[in-house]
Design a binder for this molecule. Structure first.
Ligand code: ADP
Ligand code: MG
Length: 699
C-alpha cells in the first residue's frame, strides 16, 4: 500500500496538474491510495432495463432501450433546449438537453438503437430525462457491464472543472489498469481466513466496480470491519498501556464520612441502579488501578447523589475530591445541594468559578494546598494551573460533553499520580458511539429513575394553538406549578433569537400579568443570572423564559411545564435534555414543542420520536440514525476524532461490536502485539496514527 500512497495523483492517466489540484483542494486526494479510498456514495443498477410504460416518479435512475422518434430545438438562444422523443415500443419518454445541443444533435441518429440512462422526472403528466447518458447499441448487441454503477460525490467547483462522478469512475479504472499486481493486504491472513473476509484488493476493486449486490455487500463489510477494527485496536491497546504504567490510588476503606452520610443524611432510599453503580465505582477505585469511568444516566436519574457518595469515599481515604460542572449556574446549584446534604458532617467544601472574589479565591488556594479543603466544586476554573491540591484523589466531571478531551487531560495532572476520573453524562451516548469515542472508559449506567416519577407527557403544537397553550399554562400555574419557556439561541442568528426571546418575555408578562415572569440568557452577568435562577428555584417567580442556558442539570422539582419554542431548531438530544428539566417532582409534567407549519421530513420525525418516547437511549439511537454521528450532540464540540470513510456508527453498530470482540481476543493473547502473525497490526497502526493525528486525542 505504501507504494500507492507514494504515487502522486497528478501522474495518473486522465488526471494532470489541473485536476490534481482540484482533487487536492476539494477532496484532499493527493495520491493513488487517497483516490482508491474515496468511496462511492451510491450505486445504480445498470443490469436491467425498464419498460417505459412502467416508469414512475419514485425511480431514482433508470435505463431504457429504444429509438428516437423525433428531435427538435425548442425556443431560441440561451433559453432554447433540445427535445427528443424516445420510444421502446411500450411508451414514449422525452429526452431534454439544455446545453451542448449541437454536439448532441450531430451525434444522435434515429437509425440506431440506444440505451438511455438517467433520472426520470415527471412534468405535467409526462416523464422526461434531462441530460441523459446515451450509448449506441452496436449490431443489436448490448455492451454493458451487467453490474452496478458507482456514483461519487463531487463539489460544484469540481463540476465546473469538468470533474464529475463519471470522471472519477474512469480514474479509478485507470488505477487498476496502471497498477501491476495486487494491492497489499492490510489485515493478516489468519483474520481474513477466520472470518471469511474478501482480500483487500478484491474489496477495493469491488467497491468501485461491483458485479452484483451480493459481492458489493461483502466488500463493504470487509472495509467497514477493517476501519472499525483499527480504531478499536488503537483505543484498547492504549488503554492496556495506560493501565500498566499508571498506579491508581487505592481507596481501600469505607469510613466515617460515607457511613454517617448514609445513616444520618440520606434523604431517600437509593434506587437499585444507584446502589449498583456506586458498587461498581467503589470496586474500581479500590482495585489499585486508576479509574476512568463514564457514568451514564438519563436526566433526573440521580447522578449528583452518586457523585457525592463517591467523593465521600475519597475523603474517607484521606484524599481530596473535586466536581466540575459546565456552567456557573450548575456549579452553584451543585454546591448548594451538596453543602446542604453535608451539613453537620464536618466536611470542608467550597465553590470556585470565574466570578469567585479575589479574597475567597486566595482562601481556597491556601486551603486546597494545606488539605483543609476537602471538596471543591466549580466550573472550568478548576482546570487552571494555579489550582493546586494537596492530594487530589477523585475528579468528577458532570455533563462531560461540554468538556473537550484536552481539558480532561489537564485534570489528570493535578496529582503526581493521576486521580480517579468519573465522567457523568445525561446525554445518553449510544453504545456504538461510546465504544468508539470513549472506548477506553468503563461504563456504568443508571437505568432506573427514582420511584414515583410519572413519564412526562409530550405534545407537539403548531403556532395556531397558542391560545390553548396559554389556557393550559394558566391551569398549571393555578395549581401552583412553575413553567419554563425556552427559546433557541444559535450563533448565526443570535440577533433574531434575542429579539424572539425578548418578545417572548414581554408576551408572557402581558398574558400572565398576575404572575412573576423571569428571564435568563447567556449574555447576562453571572450575578443577574444567578438571581433570576434563584427567584425561580425558590418559587418567587413562576415562569422562566430562557435560552438553552438551563439545558443542563438545573433542578426545580416544582416546575411541571416545559414549553420549547421553535422546537424545529433543536436536535433530538437537546430536546430531550430540555424536557428533562421537568418531571423531577411527584407531579405529572408536560412538555410542549411549538413549531411552525412548515416542517422538513426529518423535523417531523424528530417531533414524533419526542412525543412517543421518553427513553433517552432510544432517543439518542434515533438521533444517531437521523443525523449521523458527526452532528450528534456530545461529539459536536470535540468532533469525532477521526473521519470514517465507510463505516456508519448509526448503522454499523453490529460490525463495530464484532470488530471490538476480535480486537479484544487478539489483545488478550498478545497485549503488545509482539507475535509474528500480529506484526501487520503494528505497521498499520503506525501508518494510521500518522495519517490521523487526532487519534492520540481519543481518550
Ligand atoms: P441528574 O441525574 O439529572 O443529575 P439529579 O441528581 O439532579 O439528576 O437528581 C434529580 C432529582 O432526583 C433530584 O431532585 C434528586 O434529589 C432526586 N433523587 C435522586 N436520587 C433519588 C432517589 N433515590 N429517590 C428519590 N429521589 C431522588
Ligand atoms: Mg445532573
Amino acid at each position: 500500500m505504501s507504494e500507492l500512497a507514494a504515487q502522486n495523483i497528478t501522474y495518473l492517466p486522465g488526471v494532470g496538474p489541473k485536476r490534481a489540484e482540484l482533487l487536492r483542494q476539494e477532496l484532499q486526494i493527493a495520491s493513488y491510495e487517497d483516490l482508491l479510498y474515496y468511496f462511492p456514495y451510491k450505486y445504480v443498477d445498470r443490469s436491467k432495463f425498464y419498460a417505459i410504460r412502467d416508469i414512475n416518479a419514485k425511480l431514482p435512475y433508470i435505463q431504457v432501450r429504444g429509438r428516437l422518434t423525433s428531435l427538435k430545438t425548442i425556443g431560441e438562444g440561451r433559453q432554447s433546449r433540445l427535445s427528443a422523443m424516445f420510444s421502446d415500443g411500450t411508451g414514449v419518454i422525452e429526452l431534454v438537453w439544455f446545453k451542448g445541443h449541437k454536439y448532441v444533435k450531430d451525434n444522435l441518429n434515429s437509425d440506431f438503437e440506444y440505451i438511455v440512462f438517467g433520472k426520470p422526472t415527471s412534468f405535467n403528466g409526462q416523464f422526461n430525462i434531462v441530460h441523459p447518458e446515451m450509448d449506441k447499441v452496436h449490431d443489436g448487441k448490448v455492451k454493458i457491464a451487467a453490474a452496478l454503477q458507482a456514483f461519487y460525490n463531487t463539489t460544484e467547483k469540481m463540476k465546473r472543472g469538468f470533474l464529475n462522478s463519471k470522471t472519477i469512475h474512469k480514474m479509478q479504472q485507470n488505477i487498476f489498469l496502471s497498477f501491476q499486481g495486487k494491492i497489499p493486504e492490510t489485515l493478516p491472513a489468519f483474520i481474513i481466513q477466520r472470518y471469511k473476509l474478501l482480500q483487500l484488493h478484491e474489496a477495493l476493486k469491488t467497491i468501485h466496480f461491483p458485479l452484483n449486490a451480493e459481492i458489493l455487500e461483502k466488500a463493504q463489510f470487509r472495509l467497514k470491519f477493517e476501519e472499525l477494527f483499527y480504531i478499536q485496536m488503537n483505543i484498547l491497546k492504549q488503554r492496556n498501556q495506560r493501565n500498566k504504567s499508571i498506579v491508581g490510588h487505592n481507596f481501600k476503606t469505607v469510613g466515617n464520612y460515607l457511613l454517617s452520610f448514609y445513616e444520618q443524611k440520606l434523604p431517600f432510599e437509593l434506587t437499585g441502579a444507584q446502589k449498583r453503580v456506586i458498587k461498581e465505582i467503589r470496586r474500581d477505585m479500590g482495585s489499585g488501578k486508576q479509574m476512568n469511568r463514564l457514568l451514564q444516566g438519563d436526566v433526573g436519574s440521580g447522578k449528583t447523589l452518586v457523585a457525592l457518595m463517591v467523593m465521600l469515599i475519597a475523603l474517607d481515604n484521606d484524599f481530596q475530591a473535586c466536581l466540575m460542572a459546565p456552567t456557573e449556574i450548575l456549579a452553584s446549584q451543585h454546591f448548594e445541594t451538596i453543602s446542604e446534604m453535608l451539613e453537620g458532617l464536618n466536611v470542608e467544601c467550597a465553590l470556585l468559578t470565574g466570578s469567585t472574589k479575589k479574597k475567597e479565591r486566595q482562601r481556597i488556594d491556601e486551603d486546597l494546598q494545606s488539605g483543609k479543603l476537602q471538596i471543591l466544586i466549580g466550573t472550568h476554573a478548576l482546570i487552571e494551573d494555579r489550582v493546586k491540591f494537596k492530594n487530589l484523589g477523585l475528579v468528577v466531571v458532570d455533563e462531560q460533553h461540554r468538556f473537550g478531551v484536552a481539558q480532561r487531560a489537564k485534570l489528570w495532572r493535578k496529582n503526581t499520580n493521576p486521580p480517579h476520573i468519573l465522567v457523568m453524562t445525561a446525554t445518553p451516548i449510544p453504545r456504538t458511539l461510546a465504544m468508539t469515542i470513549y472506548g477506553d472508559l468503563d461504563v456504568s449506567v443508571i437505568d432506573e429513575l427514582p420511584p414515583g416519577r410519572k413519564p412526562i407527557e409530550t405534545a407537539h403544537y403548531f403556532h395556531n394553538r397558542r391560545n390553548n397553550l396559554n389556557k393550559f399554562i394558566k391551569g398549571e400555574l393555578d395549581k401552583g406549578r412553575q413553567v419554563y419557556v425556552v427559546y433557541p439561541l444559535i450563533e448565526e442568528s443570535e440577533k433574531l433569537d434575542f429579539k424572539n426571546l425578548g418578545e417572548g418575555f414581554e408576551y408572557m408578562q402581558r398574558i400572565f400579568s398576575d404572575h412573576k415572569v423571569g428571564m435568563v440568557h447567556g449574555k447576562m452577568k453571572p450575578k443577574e443570572k444567578d438571581e433570576a435562577m434563584q427567584e425561580f428555584s425558590s418559587g418567587r417567580s413562576h415562569i422562566l423564559v430562557s435560552t438553552t442556558v438551563i439545558e443542563v442539570g438545573v433542578n426545580v422539582p416544582n416546575a411541571s411545564v416545559m414549553v420549547i419554542e421553535s422546537a424545529e431548531r433543536f436536535g433530538l438530544s437537546q430536546l430531550h435534555q430540555l424536557r428533562g428539566r421537568v418531571g423531577r417532582g411527584a407531579d405529572q409534567s408536560f412538555c410542549i414543542l411549538m413549531t411552525s407549519y412548515k416542517l422538513s421530513e426529518d423535523t417531523r420525525k424528530r417531533m414524533n420520536i419526542m412525543t412517543s418516547s421518553t427513553d433517552g437511549f432510544e432517543i439518542a439511537e434515533a438521533d444517531l440514525k437521523l443525523r449521523g454521528p458527526g452532528d450528534l450532540e456530545g461529539t459536536q464540540q470535540s468532533g469525532l476524532p477521526f473521519n470514517l470513510k465507510i463505516a456508519n456508527l448509526g448503522k454499523d453498530g453490529q460490525i463495530l461490536q464484532f470488530a471490538r470482540q476480535v480486537v479484544e481476543a487478539i489483545l488478550a493473547e498478545d497485549p503488545h502485539l509482539e507475535k509474528d502473525e500480529n506484526h501487520l497490526f503494528i505497521k498499520q497502526l503506525t501508518k494510521l496514527s500518522r495519517e490521523k493525528m487526532n487519534w492520540s486525542l481519543i481518550s
